[in-house]
Design a protein. Structure first.
Length: 122
């Protein structure tokens, strides 16, 4: 208790309570990172549409590169690593909503990329 009769803030309250500028920085970081995530997934889809992915909505150009069998797996692993790094940085900077947003967006993107059929994994 402090001398005003209010309880002293404990460790969890000090960690979770953020100032208005910190919350604003969290919102800006969240928006920027979601935009980067969308561009990253779009780039993966554009590069994979030329002979890797066989989804009907992408069109069918035929298998272009026989060495691209690991493209899908490599993209999923890359998305998971980007997720781990961005979430770790967000947690280190106490950007809670940014960390949660990255978990949701990048996990969903990795599952989506993994679910697409390819010439090697129909």
């Amino acid at each position: 208790m402090t001398d005003q009769g209010t309880p002293a803030a404990g460790f969890p309250q000090r960690v979770l309570h953020r100032s208005r500028p910190h919350r604003r920085a969290d919102a800006i970081a969240r928006g920027l990172l979601v935009g980067v995530d969308v561009l990253l997934v779009a780039l993966i889809l554009v590069l994979g549409s030329e002979g890797v992915f066989t989804a009907d909505w992408m069109g069918d150009s035929g298998m272009m590169d026989a060495t691209a069998a690991s493209y899908q797996h490599d993209c999923v692993v890359f998305l998971c690593r980007v997720e781990a790094v961005t979430v770790a940085l967000a947690i280190a900077c106490r950007l809670w909503t940014t960390a949660v947003t990255q978990l949701v967006v990048l996990t969903s993107a990795a599952v989506f990329i993994a679910s697409l059929s390819t010439y090697w994994n129909p």
